[in-house]
Design a protein. Structure first.
Length: 259
């Protein structure tokens, strides 16, 4: 059984943090409708949904992935790189403490969950405007006793590592080589995004199915040609807030392996 934590879109999402996109109008009701369809798909794919109440004064709070990293044995509560987002973590920690032992990233470290890509026992972590070397080193120290390795990845022109690379199948990653150093991922099979769709690398693998944005048909064809099982969603409004399909949920196994 998978647990999926989500949170309703904030009333003030139009005040969200932006790093690489120009601010444009976000239709709140459409964003909420798209988010509900995304949640419904998570349930159809076998997740038990924990839907947190709206945070009316926290614009980016729908992007729950950034607040924590949940592994089989533990959960790491992050310290988001944007100060405006640090109030988001307490409600996430309150839920996760029911399932995992919690560890915390502490100042001066910063770490966003969107910068963390787990593939088996390796965690790739983007060196970004939101995640700094101190935060990555703290994560490495926390996880070493549990047998995980942490590899830092240089990023270019994108917000998070998962803007540039995500997992779409066993040992297979979807990547925008212009945004992340592909040499780090030499041990994996790589599928490149279509050059005309630079934002197309963000996908969410749930079991054996990939949740994928409908906005990137050319890259979707590349995935289909490689036999990737996909379900598409319209995430266009949240994309205006630099959000992707990974950002809007925290997914983990119900039972801790240390239990």
């Amino acid at each position: 059984m998978f647990i999926a934590i989500s949170r309703e879109v904030s009333l003030c999402i139009t005040e969200c943090e932006l790093t690489h996109l120009a601010r444009t109008s976000i239709d709140l009701e459409r964003a909420r409708a798209q988010h509900r369809q995304y949640e419904e798909l998570l349930v159809k794919l076998g997740c038990e949904l924990i839907r947190l109440p709206v945070e009316p004064e926290l614009p980016d709070s729908v992007f729950v992935e950034d607040a924590a990293i949940v592994l089989d044995e533990l959960a790491v509560i992050t310290r988001p790189g944007a100060e405006s987002r640090r109030a988001e973590i307490s409600s996430i920690a309150d839920v996760l403490k029911q399932y995992r032992k919690l560890f915390h990233i502490k100042p001066p470290g910063t770490l966003d969950g969107g910068d963390v890509l787990r593939v088996n026992k390796t965690l790739y972590v983007g060196l970004s405007a939101r995640s700094n070397p101190e935060g990555i080193e703290q994560l490495r120290s926390i996880l070493a006793p549990f047998g995980y390795s942490v590899t830092a990845v240089e990023l270019h022109d994108c917000l998070h590592l998962k803007s540039a690379v995500t997992q779409v199948a066993d040992n297979t990653l979807l990547i925008n080589r212009a945004w992340a150093d592909a040499r780090v991922f030499d041990s994996h099979k790589l599928i490149e995004v279509d050059p005309s769709e630079p934002f197309a690398a963000n996908s969410l693998l749930v079991g054996n199915t990939v949740i994928y944005p409908a906005a990137f048909p050319k890259t979707r064809k590349r995935l289909e040609a490689r036999g990737i099982n996909m379900r598409t969603v319209d995430a266009s409004e949240l994309a205006k807030a630099e959000g992707g399909v990974t950002c809007c949920s925290l997914i983990f196994s119900e039972a801790s392996s240390s239990a």
